[in-house]
Ligand binder design. Structure first.
Ligand code: ADP
Length: 647
């Protein structure tokens, strides 16, 4: 029974599809047609059997393919997505038909596994739309022609009364004047517009309603055209019945009797306020864009996702050293000028552009024609509905980069100079402490007391020198990183050993604290690293944990082995960090301002920035998971090396 129902509903369903005015086609991801309903013949002339030998893209008008292909790509990327597109499709008889297609991605649906396309013939609708547009464009010409008709009619009928009847019913404001230039008539729409009587408007009365600043220009055009017996067209502001000045377009033509005698002018007026403000808005946005492009403060280009350049301003031409023709040539692609490390930044920026319409400023380095490097800050916004083209702005930041380089060099020099005397001071303190330790003969109690005091002071001084040495070392590290003078000596190492040794050192230095260590079952986790630098990163995580977490809480260190990376995690039960702080702590000189986050020895906020740079130099990643009051887990990963024996 249920089988019968199902067969019946299946037949119903088929009959519905077959007789629907919409055609339904099923497409594969490559566009080939796997099914087409009967109605396809009504729309495109092909029988379903003929249509399924076709690739859907082959019948689309070449001019519409890019936009349809874009929609299709997006559709393929998003299961369940529905989109509607209008395009021209080739009929079997060779003519082009406008169709509207609603496409749905049901590739993931086990019963369908296709892109379902509903096609609807909209050719007539498109033609009507086209005619309407043409009609709208002709409107002004039509109004002019109407006036001529009225004029001719007035001449032949010589019926002033009938002329007025017709003019009063016209959808425009109409006026006439005599050979003395004075106005002799205004139709009902004119009087309704100005809210004045015919008597008030006659002669030169109408000019009272013209906006004072426009009046002289208006009268000049009217008088000079009149004297030359020439048609005129002028716009001016005219006061409406409600006191508001509206922009009107006034067209006047000389008027002759059949025997050629000039009898004055006849004119028509329409309210163009809305049109003008639309035009002005358009002009304004066009001007805004133009002034940005032409100001030559920043380099500007219009490009697409493939990097093809459609427009460039002079500034960009100068920045890159290529001529405008070279940049606009068919074969030029913006990414060919980009330093390889920044290709990924560009690809990411285009993804954001397509999804959000704009991408935030990012640093990129281009190669000029002469081979020199051009550091830039680049931001972009799409300029069309499909988001396939973007206006890209390039700010030359070479000066800023150079200043930064000089600052880093200075920092490097200063820290280097500071390090030498610090080492000497430390050496001297240690020597003094050693001599105190080795004091050979027993001293008088007073002198012993004094020596003990001196020893305490020297130990405190040694602690301070150690802090200072670490700060200077951090400054030196940062400046080396910035100047790309950071050298790593990579060797095959066992990460287990590095972690064990670093933890042991820290435990030694903070004997009262409890550091737990959890290692993986594998005794050897090979990595290609600079062991000293990796130890430095873990030391930084550990000293932070010791510094910011309460002394009675354990700190745990874990080494985990994943498919392609090894991960080291340091968990503390300290104050934790909010999301915003988690994002900023990796920046140079950033320190959390909240209470509980300042360490006892006042760091510089450089440790984590250095850790991040070191790990990234090893092609690994850093991160933190944390919540306020719930502690923090700082981690880093390193690519695992193959399991050969360690050197
Ligand atoms: P600093 O020398 O100031 O410790 P870091 O770069 O190592 O510099 O850390 C940056 C800031 O991040 C610190 O000033 C501190 O406010 C915060 N921070 C780092 N580690 C922790 C942690 N384990 N718990 C809470 N806050 C931390």
């Amino acid at each position: 029974m249920s089988l019968e129902i199902s067969m019946h509903s299946d037949r119903c369903f088929r009959a519905l599809i077959e007789h629907s005015t919409d055609a339904i086609a099923l497409l594969n991801p490559d566009g080939t047609v796997t099914y087409a309903s009967l109605s396809i013949e009504r729309i495109l002339g092909y029988t379903p059997q003929e249509f399924i030998t076709i690739n859907g893209f082959d019948v689309i008008h070449p001019g519409d393919i890019p936009s349809f292909a874009h929609t299709f790509q997006q559709l393929l990327a998003t299961p369940g997505l529905v989109d509607t597109k209008q395009f021209r499709s080739r009929h079997k008889d060779g003519t082009w038909r406008w169709v509207e297609a609603t496409v749905t991605n049901l590739l993931h649906d086990p019963d369908v596994q296709a892109i379902v396309t509903n096609l609807h013939d909209i050719t007539e609708w498109k033609q009507a739309e086209e005619e309407l547009r043409a009609l709208a464009e002709q409107k002004e010409r039509y109004v002019g022609a109407t006036i001529v008709k009225i004029t001719e009619w007035k001449q032949t009928e010589e019926s002033e009364q009938l002329f007025r009847l017709l003019a009063d019913g016209a959808p425009v404001m109409i006026w006439t004047s005599g050979i003395d230039k004075l106005c002799t008539y205004f139709n009902a729409p004119w009087l309704a517009f100005t809210g004045r009587t015919l008597e008030q408007e006659l002669g030169n009365g109408w000019a009272e309603g013209v906006y004072p600043a426009d009046k002289q220009r208006c009268l000049d055009i009217y008088t000079s055209s009149f004297d030359a017996r020439k048609p005129f067209s002028m716009d001016y502001r005219l006061r409406r019945f409600d006191g508001q000045y509206r922009w009107v377009l006034d067209n006047g033509i000389p008027f002759y009797t059949p025997d050629g005698t000039f009898t004055g002018y006849i004119g028509s007026c329409i309210d163009i306020t809305e049109r003008r403000s639309l035009e002005q808005q358009l002009q304004y946005s066009e001007q805004k864009l133009r002034s940005l492009v032409e100001s030559n403060i920043v380099g500007v280009a219009v490009t697409d996702a493939e990097g093809r350049v459609y427009e460039v301003n002079n500034h960009l031409v100068q920045m890159l050293g290529y001529s405008q023709e070279e940049l606009l040539s068919e074969t030029m692609r913006m990414q060919h000028l980009l330093v390889p490390e920044y290709q990924e930044v560009r690809a990411r920026a285009w993804k954001t552009l397509v999804s959000q319409g704009a991408s935030l400023p990012e640093e990129k380095v281009y190669v000029r024609k002469d081979g020199s490097l051009l550091p830039t800050l680049v931001a972009a916004a799409t300029i069309n509905q499909e988001r396939s083209r973007a206006l890209v702005m390039f700010l030359d930041i070479s000066d800023r980069k150079e200043a930064e380089r000089r600052k880093q060099e200075f920092l490097g020099m200063v820290s280097h100079e500071l390090r030498t005397p610090l080492t000497a001071i430390m050496g001297l303190i240690e020597l003094a402490l050693m001599q105190i330790d080795l004091r050979l003969r027993s001293l008088a109690p007073d002198a012993e007391e004094l020596i003990n005091q001196v020893e305490q002071v020297l130990k405190r001084a040694s602690g301070q020198v150690e802090i200072e040495t670490r700060l200077v070392e951090e400054l030196l590290n940062v400046s080396r990183l910035e100047l790309h003078k950071f050298e790593l000596s990579l060797r095959r190492e066992n990460l287990v050993t590095i972690v064990q040794e670093t933890v042991a050192n820290q435990q030694q230095a903070a004997r009262t604290r409890h550091i737990e260590l959890a290692l993986p079952p594998d005794e050897v986790v090979p990595v290609m690293v600079d062991a000293g630098r990796i130890g430095q990163v873990l030391t930084n995580y550990l000293t932070n944990a010791l510094k910011y977490a309460p002394v009675d809480r354990a700190i745990s260190v874990r080494l985990e082995v994943e498919a392609s990376v090894a991960r080291v995690l340091v968990r503390d039960q300290g104050p934790g960090l909010i999301l915003e702080q988690q994002q900023h702590i990796w920046e140079r000189f950033y320190q959390v301002a909240a209470p509980g986050h300042q360490g006892p020895d006042g760091g510089l906020g450089l440790g984590l920035a250095i850790a991040k740079a070191i790990i990234e130099h090893h092609h690994g990643q850093v991160g933190v998971e944390s919540a306020p009051g719930r502690g923090s887990t700082f981690w880093f990963t390193l690519p695992r090396a193959s399991k050969e024996t360690l050197e």
